[in-house]
Design a protein around this ligand. Structure first.
Ligand code: ADP
Ligand code: MG
Length: 327
């Protein structure tokens, strides 16, 4: 049953990320449609083999809220990871297409991510490390699943050597160099939920003429030394008042560099589901508890499954399959 590159026929590209690209492929011997992630890794053959061994844990991950795994192989110089294809794509793509996502759907997403994170940690002691809308996938059966979790320590190291990675969903304690814990994933979930409900990244300007959503995800990649993030109106006013240095004007909008954004996450109050009253009180409260800046005060995914908004979302009868058929 070993997967081989020769047996996979490229159908189309699904997207590009930090470390490589993802393609929709057909496994010709079985006719199975898969998503093939190609990860460019500049590592010794021994390290690549180690990564491959570590990825095998994914064969043991069986959970409705986790993308299934078909296998991984080395295709020099890349590592290819074959996983379940999700035909409605990732939630960032969905909100960019249809606008802000209904809060009842966002509740189902929160429930699915918490279930997935709890499974990964309780059963396999895995911390996800990269929760963000592009790693939350959706299909036409109405299922929500998470992907791209940190199963391989060697893979994390190898990618970290080349990229510091997307930093914008990173918790204040991680920015300050503390260890990753399941609570760092909870912070990233809180930021992601606001993004889905508002239809824009919470630290960024919404509908300015010069804004390009694809630029909002800054990285510390050496090849992209000066990514910028647009500020919201209130953040702009604050910045003006402080006469802060390092603010640049770009195409008429005010921008902040990735380092300024990281400082902002550490030093300023966490974002919230606003304006007040637009969303159910319980949803606001849930997001607030994900975004407690002190990780000791923040709850774990398992504890948050008991939150009243999550319990309500669990029993909510909203039909995600019908919702999926609207776009
Ligand atoms: P990122 O998650 O940073 O966007 P990736 O390389 O992990 O970068 O993925 C690129 C894109 O490919 C994602 O944004 C997502 O839309 C799409 N994608 C990834 N995995 C799958 C999958 N299993 N099924 C369908 N689409 C996928
Ligand atoms: Mg991804």
């Amino acid at each position: 049953h070993d997967l081989r590159n020769e047996d996979l026929k490229d159908l189309r590209e699904l997207g590009q990320g930090n470390g490589g690209s993802v393609k929709k492929v057909e496994h010709l011997p079985t006719g199975t449609i898969m998503a093939k992630k190609i990860v460019l890794i500049d590592a010794k053959p021994s390290v690549r083999k180690q990564i491959l061994r570590e990825l095998q844990i994914m064969h043991d991950c069986h959970c409705d809220y986790i993308i299934s795994f078909y296998g991984a192989f080395i295709s020099d110089p890349n590592i290819c990871i074959c996983m379940e294809y999700m035909d409605k794509g990732s939630l960032d793509g969905i909100y960019k297409k249809i606008g802000p996502i209904d809060i009842d759907v966002v509740g189902k997403v929160a429930l699915a991510v918490l279930e997935g994170l709890t499974y990964l940690y309780d059963v396999h002691r895995i911390i996800h490390r990269d929760i963000k809308p592009s790693n939350i996938l959706f299909n036409s059966k109405g299922q929500v699943k998470i992907c791209d979790f940190g199963v391989s320590g060697e893979l994390i190291n190898s990618i970290a050597d080349t990229f510091v990675g997307t930093s914008t969903y990173m918790s204040p304690e991680r920015i300050q160099g503390a260890q990753y814990t399941v609570k760092s994933d909870v912070w990233s979930l809180g930021i992601s939920l606001i993004e889905l409900a508002l239809g824009r990244f919470p630290f960024a300007e919404s509908s300015s003429d010069d804004s390009d959503l694809s630029d909002f995800e800054g990285t510390l990649s050496p090849s992209r030394p000066h990514p910028t993030i647009s500020l919201t109106r209130e953040q702009k006013d604050k910045k003006k008042k402080r006469k802060s240095k390092g603010v640049s004007l770009q195409g008429g909008g005010m921008t902040m560099s990735i380092l300024e954004l990281l400082q902002h996450i550490v030093n300023e109050p966490a974002p919230r589901l606003t304006p007040e009253g637009r969303f159910p009180r319980e949803a606001e409260d849930f997001v607030d508890s994900c975004l407690l800046k002190d990780p000791d005060a923040r709850k774990t995914p398992k504890d948050l499954l008991k939150h009243s908004w999550i319990e309500r979302s669990r029993t909510a009868t909203i039909d995600l399959e019908a919702w999926a058929s609207t776009f």
